[in-house]
Ligand binder design. Structure first.
Ligand SMILES: C[S@@+](CC[C@H](N)C(=O)[O-])C[C@H]1O[C@@H](n2cnc3c(N)ncnc32)[C@H](O)[C@@H]1O
Length: 270
């Protein structure tokens, strides 16, 4: 942890271990151990209906890694705002980015008290870079921007990462407004990165309905067109908004999941 690393949350709310939560169910599908019986139960139920959920979760993490390498490497972005961080896993945002360029600065944002409890693992920055964790809610983009500005200089290009989180904002117009508010804070030459569950697979849709009946915070699958609309006004990088496994895959990838129902893309501001 560097001197700049800190957590910016008041006392976290108590954790309800009897209800499934997306960060922990996601952790379960990724093979992690930071989950409770309620998370594993719904995780298994979804997997029974839609077995590809596990490869889809993996594909989203692989997309994150490829995007970070491209942004930090080819495009020389040095600042990352990762909202909806999830529980620490192999290849956290700051680790991948700082492997490419040690001076990358990363701010994580999540509203889950369990993620906050694990935030220490996310605050292991290189000496010349920085990481911070902000325990706040995506519904409050102004607070996110204000807290992130302690670590990030918004006069410089920043990549805003929203992976697996926009589905938690029920209303599409509200989700678009939140994205717009956050993008407004970014300087020209910044990037928006989104990955979200799409309603393109019948079994996936049924599995999601089951999940939403059990989870206090549902996740709404959107059409690829609705996901594309989040990028409106920005310049989409090739290949556009596609199943994340098709976004600039490694040339020799042999384990590419087919038919990924997570769609994503990257766009440039200005
Ligand atoms: C499915 S996980 C995705 C984790 C990670 N981005 C990834 O792609 O692997 C969704 C994360 O978003 C967080 N989240 C959900 N709603 C949120 C909100 N309104 N504000 C902040 N974080 C939220 C959850 O706590 C969880 O950690």
């Amino acid at each position: 942890m560097t001197d700049d690393s800190r957590t910016a949350s008041a006392a976290p709310p108590p954790v309800d271990t009897t209800a499934p939560h997306s960060a922990r169910v996601w952790n379960y599908w990724l093979g992690g151990k930071d989950n409770f019986a309620a998370d594993r139960a719904i995780g298994e139920q979804v997997r029974h209906i839609f077995p590809q959920i596990v490869s889809n979760a993996r594909a989203q993490r692989d997309f994150l890694t490829r995007v970070l390498r491209y942004l930090a490497g080819d495009l020389r972005v040095r600042q990352f705002l990762d909202v909806g961080t999830g529980l620490p896993t192999a290849g956290n945002t700051h680790e991948v980015a700082q492997q490419v360029a040690a001076d990358c600065r990363v701010v994580y944002v999540d509203n889950d008290p369990v993620v906050l409890a694990h935030a220490r693992a996310l605050l292991t920055s290189s000496d010349v870079g920085a990481t911070d964790y902000v325990g706040t809610d995506l519904h409050d983009p102004a607070e996110i921007a204000q807290a992130a500005a302690r670590t990030l200089d918004f006069n410089r290009p920043t990549a805003l990462m929203l992976l697996g989180i926009l589905g938690h904002i029920d209303d599409h117009d509200e989700a678009r407004l939140i994205v717009t508010r956050l993008v407004d804070v970014l300087s020209p030459g910044s990037y928006l990165v989104i990955a979200d569950g799409a309603d393109v697979d019948q079994a996936g849709n049924e599995a999601q309905r089951n999940y939403n009946r059990a989870a206090p915070v549902p996740y709404n699958l959107r059409s690829p067109e609705e996901i594309s609309a989040f990028f409106s006004g920005l310049t989409l990088l090739e290949p556009g908004v596609v199943p994340v496994s098709d976004w600039r895959p490694e040339p020799n990838a042999t384990d590419k999941p087919s038919g990924t129902a997570v769609y994503g893309g990257v766009a440039r501001k200005g």
